[in-house]
Design a protein around this ligand. Structure first.
Ligand code: GTP
Ligand code: MG
Length: 197
């Protein structure tokens, strides 16, 4: 798929105020600092469509971007950010779960995980949650530029093995690097294919 246009639509903390139409959407979720906003910029070839930062906790709202005037990319706040207060964390969690449970237009979620780390409970719990709610998702490994091919394969394998402890089948897995534009075509192709169904 060629990206012809990518525009910011709105930011919201309330899912009921998100765009009210039937345009299909794809949401990016994962720990703070995993690279959600950077991945959105990489996919759209726009340098600063979504705001990024080296410090976790940059994205704090539900952000809708309209792509090619026919589907939405949604940038979400990260979970697991240690430096916000407990009540802040609860508030975030609430609007993230509200988003996933109420957004009927959501075609699929992308759960981003840093390829360098071994499976983290917080991500596995979130994946479990999506499964329980029957929300379609795939897993996107980020920052692949930080590892050599052998280590990438090893870590993807380890993650797959961890998932197979609770899942009969593996979800779709993507290996990406935003700095090297790895995985871009595969992700856009996946979106294209699922968007037409
Ligand atoms: P929050 O909005 O805080 O939840 O974070 P986020 O998941 O949106 O992360 P963001 O895109 O802001 O990126 C966090 C940091 O990771 C930034 O310093 C990025 O430059 C860096 N980063 C993101 N993707 C990659 C990647 O593929 N490779 C490398 N080397 N760094 C990356
Ligand atoms: Mg962000």
């Amino acid at each position: 798929m060629k990206i012809k246009s990518a525009e910011f639509v709105m930011s919201n903390s309330d899912v009921t105020k998100c765009p009210n139409n039937a345009i299909p959407e794809y949401a990016f979720i994962g720990r703070s600092n995993v690279g959600k906003s950077t991945l959105i910029n990489m996919l759209t070839s726009r340098k600063s469509l979504a705001k990024t930062s080296g410090r976790p906790g940059k994205t704090q709202l539900i952000n809708h971007f309209i792509i090619n005037k026919n589907w939405y990319l949604v940038d979400l706040p990260g979970y697991g950010y240690a430096r916000v207060s407990k009540s802040e964390k609860k508030k975030f969690q609430k609007f993230i779960t509200n988003y996933f449970e109420q957004r009927k237009q959501l075609v699929s979620a992308f759960v981003l995980v840093d390829i360098r780390h071994e499976p983290q409970p917080i991500d596995l719990e979130f994946i479990q949650y999506l499964g329980e709610k029957e929300i379609p998702f795939s897993i996107v490994f980020t920052k692949a530029d930080k590892l050599k091919p052998k280590a990438i394969n090893r870590n993807v394998k380890a993650y797959s093995n961890e998932l197979l402890k609770t899942w009969e089948e593996l979800p779709q897995l993507f290996v990406t690097s935003s700095s090297k534009a790895i995985g871009k075509d595969e992700l856009l192709e996946f979106i294209d294919a699922t968007n037409e169904e």
